[in-house]
Design a protein around this ligand. Structure first.
Ligand code: CTP
Ligand code: MG
Length: 227
């Protein structure tokens, strides 16, 4: 596949909802760290030319040790207090020739290499793409007192995942505007939406969950392919 895409992996979180007392990306799954499995998929994909891992300096030694099979092929970047800050640091540390970038959460270790490539490919036709799945639950908007306000039409609802892919220059610009305006977001596509910049949805796989709570570890253990 003749596509050159850089990829950044935010890995600088603390995993507070996992309650494991450490960065959840260091949790052992089938003999390897959670982050190792994410990287394995990334390196099995065909479209990625460069990988940066964004982590907290105090985690650096443990993270690099846990992915030692790949550590020569990745660039380490120090993370920030929020995911948004971590991604911004990542963007500032991309090589100068980076034109297209995928952002992929370290915590999504069940990502399929083919879905990474699908996002890269779609960046040939769109400035911003997001892997997402249709929601199956009926989603309620709830007020602060715990009462339902409304039920959006499920036909229009998608759950956003990662990878999310962007033209580097546009994503950098969006992050800079966000800082100036104190915008706080939990994914990168949200910045484009606030700017009324188009983001194309790419249909993904519902197995690509973000490992967040202890139950997700059980799911990952069931579906990780150690072969
Ligand atoms: N992340 C990051 N920098 C931060 C916070 C999060 O790079 N300051 C990363 C996480 O490591 C993770 C991804 O962003 O790969 C998605 O975040 P999330 O699932 O919320 O992970 P945590 O923030 O670690 O978990 P929690 O919110 O439960 O503390
Ligand atoms: Mg978090």
């Amino acid at each position: 596949m003749n596509i050159i895409v850089h990829l950044l992996i935010p890995a600088a979180g603390s995993g507070s909802r996992m309650k494991s007392g450490k960065n959840k990306l260091l949790i052992n799954l089938k003999g390897e760290s959670l982050l190792y499995w994410t990287l394995k998929s990334v390196f099995c994909s065909k479209s990625i030319s460069w990988v940066g891992i964004i982590g907290q300096p105090f985690d650096k030694e443990n993270i690099l040790h846990s992915i030692k099979q790949y550590s020569k092929n990745i660039q380490w970047i120090d993370g920030g207090k929020t995911r948004q800050e971590s991604v911004k640091n990542g963007l500032n540390n991309l090589p100068n020739n980076a034109k297209k970038v995928l952002i992929h959460d370290g915590a999504r270790c069940l990502i399929k290499p083919a879905d990474i490539d699908k996002c890269s490919l779609e960046l040939n036709s769109h400035d911003a793409v997001v892997l997402a799945v249709r929601v199956t639950d009926t989603i309620k908007v709830v007020n602060k007192f715990g009462f339902i306000k409304e039920t959006p039409n499920r036909e229009n609802l998608w759950a956003a995942q990662t990878p999310q892919g962007f033209l580097v220059e546009k994503l950098k610009k969006a992050h800079n505007i966000a800082i100036k305006n104190d915008w706080i977001v939990t994914d990168d596509a949200s910045l484009f939406e606030r700017l009324s910049w188009e983001v194309k949805i790419i249909e993904g796989d519902s197995l690509n969950i973000k490992i967040t709570r202890p139950i997700d570890i059980e799911i990952a253990n069931l579906f990780l392919n150690s072969g």
